[in-house]
Design a protein. Structure first.
Length: 199
């Protein structure tokens, strides 16, 4: 009767090659997954197309449990707000419902753009929920532009008052040029409803 040798060189060599091949494939997979996260030059990190170039923030009193919505529109794009939270240029990153279901004590919504396309931008505020009788909600809107990684400049700041359900007000209409600069005399509050553009 022939005795089996479990430590046969041929079997050991095959197992060793398999383990070595799997380890090599695992290492290559890790390197491939890390490549997109490696920054090569300072110029690439300061690219004008970095996320968050146009930043639109909206605040309202923290003690009020009301749902106010931020709507923004980039040049030649569909409006972005709670019904349409992402577009080609803008994304709504925080849809705040007021105190209800909020992990923070701050009533705040924010939208960020990818890049700074030239043209007209529209920023609206919308009173979504019900308001207690006789209450007016002051809503502060701030627009900033970030052209480089650490160069954020506030370009517009205003307060809009909301006093009834479904009220939509235009906080700003403004134009940015090809350099991301505010075009002189382009700022207005001429009404431009955004919600109806999605219906």
């Amino acid at each position: 009767m022939e005795q089996l040798d479990y430590f046969d060189d041929d079997t050991t060599g095959t197992v060793f090659r398999d383990v070595l091949l799997l380890a090599l494939l695992g290492f290559i997979a890790i390197v491939v997954m890390l490549l997109p996260h490696i920054s090569t030059t300072k110029e690439q990190t300061e690219d004008h197309r970095a996320p968050g170039n146009v930043i639109v923030e909206m605040h309202w009193p923290n003690d009020l449990s009301v749902d106010v919505d931020l709507w923004v529109k980039a040049p030649n794009q569909l409006p972005v707000g709670f019904w349409n939270q992402g577009g080609h240029v803008f994304n709504l990153l925080r849809d705040d419902l007021g105190i209800e279901g909020d992990a923070t004590n701050e009533n705040y919504e924010v939208s960020y753009s990818r890049g700074i396309p030239p043209g007209e931008y529209v920023v609206n505020v919308h009173m979504y929920g019900n308001l207690p009788a006789g209450v007016t909600i002051p809503v502060n809107i701030v627009v900033s532009v970030k052209k480089k990684l650490e160069d954020t400049r506030q370009i517009l700041n205003s307060t809009v008052e909301l006093f009834r359900r479904n009220q939509e007000e235009t906080a700003f209409r403004f134009r940015l040029d090809h350099e991301g600069e505010l075009v002189p005399d382009s700022v207005s509050t001429l009404r431009h409803p955004l919600i109806t553009e999605l219906q």
